[in-house]
Design a protein around this ligand. Structure first.
Ligand code: HEC
Ligand code: HEC
Ligand code: HEC
Length: 418
């Protein structure tokens, strides 16, 4: 059976469950509404400020703003295996946004994944994580959003392929997969650990990228935060064991999440936006809580880089490194402080999955601004300068010499990522 067919069958199964629930559905729909009065929300400046902070911790702007568009006015196109889903306008515009929504309507969207008209939302909206949010925090975010300038930006209609266009099918999906909270990924009990768990699993919805997904797009909670390839780029394993294996300590993680660049590496691809829009705005206390949860109350010691076995490195790869990369990253891979990341022990080289290293080498990394440290220059891409064989030799040299990984990357693996 092909992958596509499996997905379709699983979806059909989910639809059947939904049909069995027809009565519940009817009740829910009867409770849905459209129109209604424009809501005027009175909230203290403290609550609005707290709502702003929470909206940043939850990164609502990442999806609810289109590139170049007004924040929260919606429009970001999110391609999925099932068609393109558009994030909506959540400014208080009465006709296009949430201007007529009550705090209850808003809570239903965040907690149950239900739209105001009673129809289910697609889990491209991470209610699957926000479900654990407290009512007080939902109300504070609502209070903050409702005092923004209303933006008259029309929503783009999401039109998925059959049978995914049947929104009600999501009710079956929710029944099968919507969990109150994922199992903890580290051991701990301190108040920092508890707060961190809420920040990582609920507000930060880190698992939406870092947790493997099953065939109908559900997060596989038994493998929470163990890493998943979003496409060409992978969100790596960020469980205590995964982080320690790549040399992360609590202090380095705090620096990485707060500044985007730390000893073991810098944030790029999707993670750069997570840092810029979300984690860098967290208080020092919340950042510390987040890393306490990621590593646990008794963090495992970071693994040292194993000694290099000369038999595993290769001269061709070294030659390419010296010719193309050493000018910036240094002959011995030490980088330039605050300007170019070092590659010795770099967390991207230490990943078993080579894809991020291959993609960074082929595509380069655009110029990225980082808080507090100014900006890093862009790294050029080398796709047109390296054959598949040359790129594989280079990547294998880097993995074996500075990453403690097997030099097992083939030319075919490089080709597949072009
Ligand atoms: C990962 C992307 C993503 C993030 C992060 C996200 N959303 Fe959404 N949201 C969406 C998408 C996509 C939809 C539309 C889904 C659909 O059409 O079923 C949506 C829909 C909604 C809706 C329903 C709007 C309507 O008109 O029906 C509300 C309310 C909402 N989001 C609020 C929020 C808030 C508040 C946050 C932060 C706490 C947030 N979202 C974070 C992607 C996201
Ligand atoms: C013009 C300078 C320059 C050259 C040449 C260069 N790099 Fe980079 N590289 C950078 C910078 C700057 C970053 C950090 C980018 C960021 O995150 O914003 C970087 C990041 C990386 C990363 C991601 C690691 C991390 O933690 O961010 C890898 C992997 C990498 N470079 C490999 C290479 C390889 C392999 C070559 C040679 C084929 C190379 N680079 C050539 C400047 C350069
Ligand atoms: C939109 C998807 C997405 C979300 C949400 C996300 N990440 Fe990531 N993350 C990535 C990708 C992709 C990478 C790999 C690129 C890199 O290393 O910068 C990454 C890398 C990382 C790394 C570096 C790992 C390493 O060894 O290099 C850490 C730590 C991390 N993420 C933590 C988090 C935490 C904590 C959260 C929640 C607050 C989070 N991420 C949310 C996509 C995401």
């Amino acid at each position: 059976m092909t992958f596509g067919r499996l997905v379709r069958w699983a979806f059909v199964a989910a639809v059947l469950v939904a049909v069995a629930l027809a009565a519940v559905v009817a009740v829910k729909l009867a409770g849905g509404k459209t129109g209604g009065p424009v809501q005027l929300v009175k909230a203290s400046p403290e609550v609005v400020a707290r709502g702003k902070y929470l909206a940043e911790a939850a990164d609502c702007a990442a999806c609810h703003s289109a590139p170049g568009g007004a924040p929260f006015a919606g429009g970001l196109a999110m391609p999925s295996g099932f068609g393109t889903i558009y994030a909506t306008n959540i400014t208080p515009d009465p006709d296009n946004g949430i201007g007529r929504w009550t705090a209850d309507d808003f809570w239903n969207a965040l907690h149950d994944g239900t739209r105001r008209d009673g129809q289910p939302l697609y889990p491209a909206m991470p209610y699957t994580s926000y479900r654990g949010m407290t009512r007080a925090d939902s109300d504070a975010i609502y209070a903050y959003l409702m005092q923004l300038k209303p933006m008259k930006v029309a929503n783009v209609r999401t039109a998925l392929d059959f049978p995914y266009n049947i929104r009600l099918g999501m009710m079956g999906w929710n029944l099968l997969f919507l969990a109150d909270s994922p199992p903890a990924t580290s051991t701990g009990n301190s108040s920092a650990w508890q707060r961190g768990r809420y920040l990582v699993d609920v507000l930060g919805h880190c698992g939406e990228c870092h947790t493997p997904r099953g065939i109908v797009g559900q997060m596989e909670l038994s493998r929470s935060l163990t890493g998943f390839a979003l496409g060409r780029v992978a969100a790596p394993d960020i469980t205590p064991a995964g982080l320690a294996a790549r040399g992360w300590t609590g202090a380095e993680l705090r620096t990485y999440l707060g500044r985007g660049i730390a000893g073991p590496g810098s944030a790029f691809a999707d993670m750069h936006q997570v840092v810029m829009l979300s984690t860098r705005n967290l208080t020092a206390e919340d950042l510390a809580a987040m890393t306490t949860y990621l590593l646990g109350d008794s963090p495992p010691p970071p693994m040292p880089l194993p000694a290099v076995d000369p038999a595993t490195t290769n001269a061709a790869g070294r030659g390419t490194y010296v010719a193309l990369c050493a000018g910036c990253h240094g002959l011995e891979g030490r980088g330039v402080p605050n300007t170019v990341v070092g590659l010795v022990g770099n967390s991207t080289l230490r990943q078993t999955d080579p894809r991020n290293l291959i993609v960074a080498t082929l595509d380069g990394i655009g110029p990225e601004n980082f808080p507090h440290r100014g900006s890093l220059q862009a790294m050029p891409g080398f796709a047109d300068k390296l054959s598949d064989e040359q790129a594989a030799a280079l990547v294998n040299y880097l993995r074996a010499t500075w990453g403690g990984q097997k030099p097992d990357v083939t030319a075919a693996a490089v080709k597949a990522l072009r």
